[in-house]
Design a binder for this molecule. Structure first.
Ligand code: DCP
Length: 227
């Protein structure tokens, strides 16, 4: 049994741990949500290793991928797969872990998008797919709840333009729409791939104030994922 009040978590029941994945489109507000829950004691928050994707030994695979996806998509996504796996297997430091995205969305959303849009050669897709299948078959990737920040592509596009991350300046609305459709097919319509845990859908087009209110409203549901 677990209860929480004013950011303090009270957990009864020995040794039960829970893992929550926070999923959503580019610029859907994942960072804000993670920041919010990071203030709760007994939760560890793992952000997406974007800084590594922008700088691996002095190279920027994220930037290269946006410049020339056909050439660099495999490079970026191989590194994403490695860095996400590294996050998944990290021993848990708290009873609850909330992590930004997962090795699953890396494959089911981003790799799939590159391939489906004709920007990833078949051989690259095949190699990444075999790597992914091997990993999920042989390595335990725990998850108890998926929180999906559901946005409209237009909202994400506006937020993306506002935050002005250098590499992302070339992203068109159509790219955000494709990512949105893949997420919806996966987590809402259950039309594409296996969904490895129950999904909590949180509408996320709202302004900051309303989003913070919604996080608070859903606090118990999220933190009790495994109870
Ligand atoms: N990305 C990618 N392939 C993946 C995962 C992410 O190409 N498998 C890209 C999309 C973005 C960048 O990495 O350009 C970072 O992802 P987000 O924008 O979703 O991460 P943020 O931390 O910026 O999310 P948010 O704005 O929701 O807080």
């Amino acid at each position: 049994m677990l209860s929480s009040s004013q950011g303090k978590l009270v957990r009864n029941g020995e040794g039960k741990k829970s893992v929550i994945w926070l999923e959503g489109n580019i610029a859907s507000g994942k960072t804000t949500c993670l920041e919010y829950f990071s203030k709760t004691s007994d939760i560890e928050v793992l952000t997406e290793p974007v800084s590594k994707w922008r700088n691996v030994q002095g190279c920027n695979p994220l930037g290269l991928m946006y410049q020339d996806p056909s050439r660099w998509g495999l490079t970026l996504q191989t590194y994403v797969q490695l860095t996400m796996l590294d996050r998944h297997v990290l021993p848990m430091a708290s009873p609850i872990r909330m992590m930004e995205r997962s090795i699953y969305s890396a494959k089911y959303i981003f790799v799939e998008n590159l391939y489906k849009s004709g920007k990833m050669p078949e051989v690259d897709f095949a190699v990444l797919s075999e790597w992914f299948e091997w990993i999920v078959k042989n390595i335990a990737i725990p998850v108890d709840l998926i929180v999906y920040l559901q946005t409209s592509p237009q909202t994400c596009y506006e937020r993306l333009k506002q935050r002005c991350r250098e590499e992302e300046k070339v992203i068109p609305l159509e790219y955000i729409e494709s990512i949105h459709n893949l997420y919806e097919d996966w987590l809402i319509h259950h039309k594409s791939f296996e969904v490895p845990a129950p999904v909590l859908v949180m509408p996320a087009d709202h302004d900051l104030k309303k989003m913070l209110h919604q996080f608070e409203e859903n606090r118990e549901k999220i933190l009790m994922a495994n109870c």
